[in-house]
Structure formats: C-alpha cells, structure tokens
Ligand binder design. Structure first.
Ligand SMILES: C[S@@+](CC[C@H](N)C(=O)[O-])C[C@H]1O[C@@H](n2cnc3c(N)ncnc32)[C@H](O)[C@@H]1O
Length: 275
C-alpha cells in the first residue's frame, strides 16, 4: 500500500516547510501563467505552506476564480491557514483542506487547473497520482506538474560538491524521493494516460549565484533545515550522522558566504490539456 505521506514520514518538520514558504508563482511556477485564467477554479495539490496557493488567489484570480490547497498533514494545513491570516486575511477565494493526491475529495471534471509543484517527485506511486490529477480536471482544461531533478544539481567551486552528495543522501533516506523524477515526468504522464499530443513540456532552472540576497536566504533556510529537519545522511549510526550533519552545516555556511559560489538544478514541467 502506498503511504499517504511519504514526505513527512518521520513527522512534520517546520524547518523543512519553511524552505517552501518563500515560493511564489513568479519564482517557482511561472509556466502555469501560460494557461491560468482569472475565472479559473484551481486545485493546488500538496500545497505545502500555501505561499504559491495564496499568491494565485491574490494576484492571478478575480471574476469568481478560486483556489483550494490540499495536503495530507494537519500541521501543514495549519501553517497554510496561518500564512493566509498574516498576508491575505482579506482574500476570500482561497481555502485549505486535508486530502491526499491519491484520493482527491472531489468529483470527476471539477477544476479548470489542477496543479502540483514538487509533489509527484516525492511519491511512491507517481503514475497513480497523475491519473488522479487528471480525473478531477475538466475536459479541455489543464493539469500542470513541475518536479525537480535532484540528480541535475550543479555546484561550483568543486570543494562544495559534497553538498550535492549530502542533498541526495538526505532526500533518499527521507523516503521515496526520486532523484531523477524531473526527467521521468513526461513518460510517467504518458503512462498515466495523458494523451502525448496534448502535453507541453518545458524546463526551468533554480539557480543561486554570487552575492544575491536570494542565495543568502536559501543558504540560511537550508542550514536551519539540516540543523532541525531530521534529515539522515548516515543511516543506523547516530554519531557518524551527527558528524556528517556538522560537516554539511559548515560547508553550507562557506558556500552561502562565498561570492564565487553557484548552485543550479533543472526542473521539468508539463502542461496537459485534458482530452
Ligand atoms: C516539497 S513540498 C512542496 C509544497 C508546495 N507544493 C510548494 O511548492 O511549496 C511537497 C509536499 O507534498 C505533500 N504531500 C506528500 N504526500 C502527499 C499526498 N499523498 N498528497 C498530497 N500532498 C502530499 C507534502 O506534505 C509536502 O507539503
């Protein structure tokens, strides 16, 4: 049986969720604006702390458009509701509810846009999830899915290569994260029954470089996440794991403060017009 929550499988961790809360439509899912219309009924599946969901409601919908964010973990829903309260208390076309991507609590053909950002990459059964996204989408309307490809991470100078190694280990040991999920997304969508001629595939990069403020923010969030997010770098050896953790924190601090350092990874996006 597939787990309904493979991502927070050792319990909800605020420092992990915090790394998602800096996301907006513009910095994370700009490709959805190719199809998103102001009057759309939108579903954001695996919405996390809801920063993208709220941004969609606030800045991209009007004319009766609305968005629902879905998450299986109560703490994540609380985080999203708190964020809404603090940055969009007057916005009444966004709501959050508990649910799983494997069994969405909606009828067939309900939404104009069904969206999942960095969710399918963490699932044990991506094809089943992709089928469910299409089920609740109206014919002629859209499913948009974006997944990172952690195996594509590039870091420079080489002394920081150890960060890629640890990022992969942390992700693998957390559970079902597929390091090559991004490049597999198109074939998985076709396996899920998406009509190939109705799929548009795009890519984008997430990059941090030089002395940009975004790089410092990202570095700080990652350091917090390694400190308190419970990521496991060395399995079944607490002492070695703690040593590895301290090493990652030290190298991350250096990387963050190094004006020559860069980090980049490829993300794959699909936009499917349901047949
Ligand atoms: C990397 S986060 C992405 C969050 C958000 N989409 C964003 O981009 O900020 C992955 C999210 O998928 C959620 N998730 C895990 N299993 C899920 C499931 N079965 N159904 C829906 N969401 C799930 C996790 O709780 C987590 O919030």
């Amino acid at each position: 049986m597939t787990s309904e929550q493979a991502y927070y499988n050792t319990g909800y961790k605020k420092s992990i969720s915090d790394t998602h809360a800096i996301r907006t439509v513009e910095n994370s899912v700009e490709y959805i604006t190719n199809v998103l219309q102001p009057d759309f009924k939108v579903l954001d599946v695996g919405c996390g702390p809801g920063s993208i969901t709220i941004d969609i409601a606030k800045n991209y919908l009007s004319q009766g458009g609305s968005v629902i964010g879905i998450e299986p973990t109560p703490e994540v829903i609380d985080t999203a509701n708190n964020l809404k309260q603090s940055i969009a208390a007057d916005v009444d076309n966004v709501s959050f509810q508990i649910g799983s991507i494997y069994k969405l609590p909606f009828d067939d053909n309900t939404f104009d846009l069904v969206h999942a950002h960095q969710v399918v990459v963490h699932l044990e059964d991506p094809v089943k999830a992709l089928k469910e996204l299409a089920r609740v989408t109206k014919p002629g309307k859209y499913v948009t899915v974006k997944d990172g490809d952690l195996d594509s991470i590039l870091i420079y100078p080489p002394k920081y290569d150890v960060l890629k190694e640890y990022q992969s280990k942390g992700a693998l040991n957390r559970g079902s994260t597929d390091l090559k999920a991004g490049r597999k997304l198109l074939s998985r969508a076709i396996e899920a029954g998406y009509k190939p001629s109705n799929i548009t595939t795009t890519t984008s990069t997430l990059s941090f470089a030089g002395q940009k403020e975004t790089k410092k923010t990202w570095g700080d969030l990652l350091i917090k996440r390694v400190e308190t997010g419970g990521e496991v770098f060395v399995v079944d050896d607490e002492k070695k794991n703690e040593e590895a953790k301290q090493e990652v924190i030290k190298v991350l601090q250096e990387w963050r403060d190094d004006e020559t350092s860069v980090w980049s990874a490829i993300n794959f996006e699909i936009t499917y017009k349901k047949a």
